[in-house]
Design a protein around this ligand. Structure first.
Ligand code: HH2
Length: 296
């Protein structure tokens, strides 16, 4: 099988096995780890821990996008993330992404050593974002969201959530490529929980192969999210088992990048999932993982 890469700045991230993107929220109010790494030293220490536990990418965010979250001013978001990115870029070789919707935050984060912009607004929320990413040669995550974090969970509506999200991601990739960012720099993401009910999330997770078939690596972020609580009744700190179960499902269905809080446990789940896939392949799975069709 031909080896695939995600091109991010000067780095080529191999997509031979799924990548783990470790979450580092430098915020007081993120839904699961808000306040835990709110100062620079604590955040850097946690980022280094994520690297040591096996994160392939460290995703640094300074603004919560949980439902109902209030926007954070540019300077405050930069104050949170830029020193952390600068220190991590010095102290680890792991690629760093910045989770932001703001061009100025992205620009300063890329200058500080990030090589990926993870934008829940798919480079469309801020008119200056696309040129910043293009001119830096950075990688980018294009995520689907219905509405904005302030309002998205009030009444999400779709006629056919899978067809609409798939069509939207396809169009967005085409637009971004036409605007000068090569496809090999892009990853796509259905945006689990971003303007979606439990039913919408489950329909999208059930149709990951059709999203993976769009082309760019498919990123899924579901770690500790509300839909796991809706299924199980578990509060946020007790959603690890549900998160790992869903992670295994996603890698078997073609996800190439998993955004997770619990890196050590996710690494173990991923190793076992891949070993099981390799064992089953001769009998049941003619296609390769992670980009091929599913076998479960
Ligand atoms: N989810 C969150 C934030 N950023 N980025 C991508 N690409 N995909 C996601 O699913 C995604 C994301 C929300 O999770 P978290 O960062 O843990 O919480 P908060 O937004 O409250 O900081």
């Amino acid at each position: 099988m031909e080896e695939r890469f995600w091109q991010c700045g000067g780095r080529r991230l191999p997509l031979t096995t799924p990548l783990l993107m470790g979450i580092l929220n430098v915020t007081p109010d993120s839904f699961s780890d808000g306040g835990s790494h709110a100062n620079t030293a604590a955040a850097v220490a946690h980022g280094l821990r994520l690297a040591e536990e096996g994160a392939d990418i460290i995703d640094v965010g300074g603004e919560s996008t949980r439902p109902g979250a209030r926007p954070v001013p540019v300077d405050e978001e930069c104050r949170r993330v830029v020193p952390v990115i600068r220190a991590l870029a010095r102290e680890t070789d792991r690629p760093i992404s910045v989770d932001t919707r703001k061009a100025e935050v992205a620009r300063r984060a890329l200058a500080a050593g990030a090589c990926i912009v993870n934008d829940v607004a798919a480079l469309a929320g801020d008119a200056a974002m696309l040129p910043v990413v293009r001119d830096a040669g950075a990688g980018a995550v294009l995520m689907h969201m219905q509405g904005t974090p302030e309002t998205m969970q009030q009444a999400p509506r779709y006629d056919d959530v899978v067809a609409e999200v798939r069509g939207w991601l396809e169009r967005r990739v085409t637009e971004v490529v036409a605007a000068g960012i090569p496809a090999e720099r892009l990853a796509i993401d259905p945006g689990i929980g971003f303007g979606k009910t439990l039913g919408h999330n489950l329909a999208l997770l059930g149709a990951l192969e059709s999203l993976a078939a769009i082309g760019p690596p498919l990123l899924v972020g579901l770690s500790r999210k509300r839909f796991i609580g809706e299924i199980t009744g578990a509060p946020v700190p007790e959603r690890l088992a549900g998160s790992l179960t869903a992670l295994v499902w996603c890698v078997w269905r073609g996800a190439g990048i998993l955004r997770v809080h619990d890196v050590r446990a996710s690494r173990q789940a991923l190793r076992v999932a891949m070993a099981l896939a390799a064992g089953a392949r001769p009998r049941e799975a003619p296609a390769g993982l992670p980009s091929g069709p599913a076998f479960v």
